[in-house]
Design a protein around this ligand. Structure first.
Ligand code: TRP
Length: 337
């Protein structure tokens, strides 16, 4: 018995992850990042979950008025999804100034070419075309992310595929720091979050930016309305045409949210035109609403008490700061400043 306990303690990892404050989250976030974060928390790891508001500012500095409400709306979703301030340190990046100090110190040792070569950088320059993001801050995006991770000496960072270049950058920067000043940080590993492909109501990848998302905070009516608008197999024009569930976004969601018997039935009866898309969507809306009901009631409880949520973030910042400050003492000592 005792040994099992020891093993558990040894397997406890320090984990950090973050999201930019994008406001209300959608069902893809719940199935991907949030359920993974929650599992890591409940497995007893030392988990830090951060709202990356400075990162948001790198692209949204012209629209900064929305950031505060985006932070709080996103944190309601986090808490309703089961992130628990008793188990995890839940905080806002800008509340912990140590990130900025480490970022500054890293800026002394980071070659410009490293930043320019991060693949997400050039892609973003094209994607955000029309907005001026050829700024120092945006170029430094991965360096700030490295500071977020290393200031907590995180061992592991759960992220989606798109963030892997930033993790690689973080490890390289840690190695350069160690080469110059001696060993301070663990080399953080990425933990890839497997997210099922969630398509939005227009059939494209679900994303708030496309306006095709089913939000976690939508009402049951809104959810039903959105589901009823969903695209299905485009070749199935009439009720009597047989359909192909394998390419149908409604069927994708059913596989996640509906009971197996229903999925099997649709799989048979769509192909033979026994069941129609309307009935199919009505069922999906029902299952989805059922699935989200406990989440939504928890969310409206948090949302009715913003003071409590602010207190959670204040306490999270305090705990985060204690840990970050200890790392910074070591960093300054290593750098002799
Ligand atoms: N760049 C990440 C994203 O866009 C957010 C982020 C900021 C982050 N700092 C982090 C993720 C540190 C993991 C670790 O999703």
């Amino acid at each position: 018995m005792k040994e099992v306990g020891t093993e558990k303690v040894m397997a406890r990892l320090r984990i950090l992850s973050g999201m930019r404050p994008s406001g209300k989250l959608h069902i893809g976030h719940l199935l991907g990042a949030l359920s993974n974060w929650r599992r890591l928390q409940d497995e007893g790891n030392e988990t830090y979950y951060m709202v990356a508001d400075w990162h948001a500012l790198t692209t949204e500095y012209e629209n900064s008025e929305g950031i505060q409400s985006n932070i709080i709306e996103m944190v309601y979703d986090w808490l309703a999804a089961g992130l628990d301030p008793k188990k995890s340190v839940i905080f806002v990046q800008s509340h912990v100034k140590e990130h900025a100090e480490l970022y500054l110190l890293f800026s002394m040792i980071t070659p410009l070419g490293w930043l320019e070569r991060v693949p997400t950088y050039k892609e973003a320059l094209e994607e955000y075309e029309g907005r001026e993001i050829a700024t120092h801050g945006f170029l430094g995006y991965p360096m700030l992310q490295a500071a977020d991770i290393l200031v907590y000496k995180a061992h592991a960072v759960p992220v989606g595929q798109d963030q892997l270049p930033h993790l690689e950058f973080t490890r390289e920067l840690a190695r350069r720091f160690h080469h110059l000043y001696g060993e301070v940080f663990p080399e953080p590993q990425s933990m890839l979050t497997e997210t099922p492909l969630i398509r939005g109501i227009d059939g494209r990848k679900m994303s708030k930016r496309y306006g095709n998302a089913i939000l976690l905070s939508d009402s049951e009516e809104e959810t039903t309305q959105k589901v009823m608008q969903m695209l299905t197999d485009p070749a199935r024009k009439r009720r009597t045409d047989p359909g192909n569930p394998d390419i149908c976004p409604v069927f994708d969601l059913q596989k996640i949210f509906a009971p197996r018997e229903w999925v099997e039935r649709v799989d048979r009866e769509c192909r033979t035109a026994e069941i129609g898309c309307v009935e199919d969507k009505q069922a999906l809306a029902r299952y989805l609403n059922e699935y989200l009901r406990p989440f939504r009631s928890a969310r409206s409880e948090f949302a009715s008490d913003p003071k409590r949520v602010k207190a959670i973030l204040a306490e999270g910042a305090e705990r985060a700061r204690a840990s970050a400050a200890a790392t910074m003492d070591e960093v300054r000592k290593a750098m002799r400043i």
